[in-house]
Design a protein around this ligand. Structure first.
Ligand code: SF4
Length: 163
């Protein structure tokens, strides 16, 4: 089910900026990163509300942007129902708009629908919207549960959206 992505060159796209708010969709992009790194998507006993590989991916990006003079903050979605940016409430979009006003750009990690959610939220601001990933298809994978409490995706293939 999750959408599969390739990375885009966010550091180049953010060149010249001083600040950016990173807005990640915690579902499909997190699955993409976990599968690519052959790591569990979730380790429920270790980190109940986050996918460690994606968390690390975002932190590495923040360090790379910092080296280029771009200060960043992550707009965190800690509750499960906030993970899916394609289904955000208007209250959540309003909150993003309030946060985004303090930054020159929003860097969004997610599909076209996630980007649409962000564009909608920030349309009344001066924020530039930068996409962090590009959709390549839909994943076909086997969901596996491992002890102690890990969730992984195995035998993954990327199926093009229109054949
Ligand atoms: S917004 Fe896009 S990337 Fe995020 S959960 Fe929905 S379909 Fe997946």
């Amino acid at each position: 089910m999750p959408i599969h992505f390739n990375d885009l060159d966010v550091v180049s796209a953010a060149a010249g900026l001083k600040s950016a708010l990173i807005v990640p969709c915690n579902m499909c992009p997190a699955v993409t990163v976990a599968v690519r790194e052959k790591k569990p998507f979730m380790q429920l006993l270790k980190s109940f509300l986050k996918s460690a590989p994606f968390d690390e991916y975002i932190r590495t990006l923040q360090s790379r942007l910092k080296e280029k003079g771009v200060k960043t903050k992550v707009f965190k979605s800690n509750l499960y129902h906030q993970w899916f940016m394609c289904m955000w409430t208007s209250r959540r979009q309003k909150k993003l708009r309030e946060y985004a006003k303090q930054y020159e750009a929003v860097i969004v990690f997610g599909c076209e629908s996630a980007t649409e959610t962000v564009l909608d939220a920030v349309k009344s601001t001066d924020c530039k919207v930068i996409e962090g990933m590009k959709t390549t298809g839909i994943m076909n994978a086997k969901l596996r549960f491992h002890l102690p409490c890990n969730i992984s995706f195995e035998d993954c293939r990327t199926i093009p959206i229109s054949r």
